[in-house]
Design a protein. Structure first.
Length: 250
C-alpha cells in the first residue's frame, strides 16, 4: 500500500512508535525511525524493518528543539529522498504530579514534548508535502485529552487535549495543499509508558474500567495509524479516532 513512500515516525524506538514502523514497513514504506535516548532500541527497530524488506534509517533528534527537528527532516530527505507521511508519536508524562507538585519547568517540558514537538515537526515537513499536493500527518494524542487523565497526569492531559484541537486546526490549514491531518487517541495500551508510570494496582484499576476487559496492544494502535495515513482514509481530515476498548465513548 505504501511502496515508494517514506514515513517519518517520532519516538519510534519502542512501544507504539516501533509497532507503527513495522506496520508501515510491511506495507512497503521506507521508514525514518526517530529517537532521542534509546539508540539501541532504534537500531533494533531499524534492523527488524530491514528484515521485512524495508529501507530504514535511524535519526537522533530532540523533537522539542527546532534545530534538531530541521536536521532530522533534512537527514531523512537526504537519505530517503522524500517524506510522504509524518507520525507525531513522541510524547511523555515525565512523572505523575498533582497540582502542589507541578513546577513551571515540569509544565513546560511536558507541553514541549507532547505539543510543541508536533508544530515543530509539521512546520518542518509540510512544504515538502505541499510541493506534491499530497501528504498525511497523524498525531498520537491520548484518551487523557478526552477524560482529563489518571492520577497526577493533569499537565499531560492538558497537552494532549491541546493536540486534539491543534489537529483540527492543522487539518483546516493544510487541506488546500493536499495534506490530510488526523489523530488517534490510544486508551490504556500495554507499552513501556505504563511500565514506567502506572504501578500494578493502578494498571489493574484502569483495565477493570475497560468494557473489553483488557489493555490494548501497540500493534492495535499502529493498525489505525496506518489506516489514517492510507488511501482508505482519503476523505478524512481533522478527525481524532478513539482506540480504547470502549473506555471512552464519545
Amino acid at each position: 500500500m505504501f511502496k515508494g513512500q517514506v514515513v517519518l515516525i517520532t519516538g519510534a524506538s519502542s512501544g507504539i512508535g516501533a509497532a507503527t514502523a513495522a506496520a508501515f514497513a510491511r506495507e512497503g514504506a521506507a521508514v525514518a525511525v526517530n529517537y532521542l535516548k534509546n539508540e539501541a532500541g532504534a537500531e533494533i527497530v531499524a534492523q527488524s524493518l530491514r528484515k521485512l524488506g524495508s529501507e530504514a534509517l535511524t535519526v537522533k533528534a530532540d523533537v522539542t528543539i527546532s534545530a534538531d527537528v530541521k536536521r532530522m527532516v533534512e537527514t531523512t530527505l537526504a537519505k530517503l529522498g522524500r517524506i510522504d507521511i509524518l507520525v507525531n508519536n513522541a510524547g511523555d508524562l515525565l512523572a505523575r504530579r498533582n497540582l502542589p507538585e507541578i513546577t513551571e519547568d515540569y509544565w513546560e517540558k511536558v507541553m514541549a514534548v507532547n505539543l510543541k514537538s508536533v508544530y515543530l515537526c509539521a512546520q518542518a515537513v509540510w512544504k515538502h508535502m505541499a510541493e506534491r499536493k499530497s501528504g498525511a500527518i497523524v498525531n498520537v494524542s491520548s484518551i487523557s485529552g478526552r477524560n482529563g487523565g489518571g492520577p497526577g497526569a493533569g499537565v499531560y492531559a492538558a497537552a494532549k487535549g491541546g493536540l486534539i484541537a491543534y489537529t483540527k486546526s492543522l487539518a483546516k490549514e493544510l487541506a488546500q495543499y493536499g495534506i490530510r491531518v488526523n489523530g488517534i487517541n490510544p486508551g490504556v495500551i500495554a507499552t513501556p509508558y505504563h511500565e514506567r508510570y502506572s504501578p500494578p494496582a493502578l494498571m489493574d484499576k484502569m483495565v477493570a474500567s475497560i468494557p473489553m476487559a483488557r489493555a490494548g496492544t501497540s500493534e492495535e494502535v499502529a493498525d489505525v495509524i496506518v489506516f489514517l495515513a492510507s488511501p482508505a482514509a482519503r476523505y478524512m481530515t481533522g478527525e481524532t479516532v478513539e482506540v480504547n476498548g470502549g473506555m471512552w465513548l464519545d
